[in-house]
Design a protein. Structure first.
Length: 172
């Protein structure tokens, strides 16, 4: 399979490789997903750079924890009817060596959730870490029924200013 990986920490230009690696095989309780969209998060780049002194958790790492795609193989103890199912994936490279920056990723069955047909793969790839973080932020202290909730900075602060569009910069 075609994949991106690193075997040492540092800036992307210095440590990222792109090439062929063996196709992963799902083990018991796992599914293999043919990745269509890989989602990159700040934590992915921080791990690659060794942020705050973190070390290499594995000798070789395929980055990115989130993604979307189609299940194309299942391991033992997984319902074979999942083959062909569109899914979004979270935590692919959380506590595991191989994430979604590849043609295929293998995750525990419960970390590949059905992606409804009316949702794009791009949206599916954005549901993992950002969605889980948002959910925990809102509900960490309990139910919010009947309460006013302010979601501040929901679009993030990364990107050009003024925003660039196909017709040029947005007015100030």
């Amino acid at each position: 399979m075609l994949a991106s990986w690193y075997d040492a920490q540092g800036p992307a230009a210095d440590v990222l490789h792109v090439g062929e690696l063996p196709d992963p095989v799902p083990g018991p309780g796992e599914v293999r997903v043919r990745v269509t969209v890989s989602g990159v998060n700040p934590g992915d780049t921080k791990k690659r750079r060794g942020w705050l002194g973190s070390s290499m958790p594995f000798p070789q790492v395929i980055p990115h924890s989130d993604g979307a795609g189609v299940i194309d193989a299942v391991g033992a103890h997984v319902d074979a009817r999942r083959v062909g199912q569109r899914v979004w994936v979270y935590g692919a490279q959380s506590y595991r060596p191989f994430g979604t920056a590849a043609q295929y990723t293998v995750v525990p069955d419960h970390q590949a959730l059905p992606l409804p047909d009316h949702l794009s793969d791009e949206l599916g790839a954005s549901l993992g870490i950002p969605g889980i973080t948002a959910h925990r932020t809102v509900f960490a202290d309990g139910p919010v029924d009947g309460q006013l909730v302010l979601v501040h900075g929901v679009l993030g602060g990364v990107g050009p200013w003024p925003p660039i569009s196909p017709t040029g910069p947005a007015p100030p």
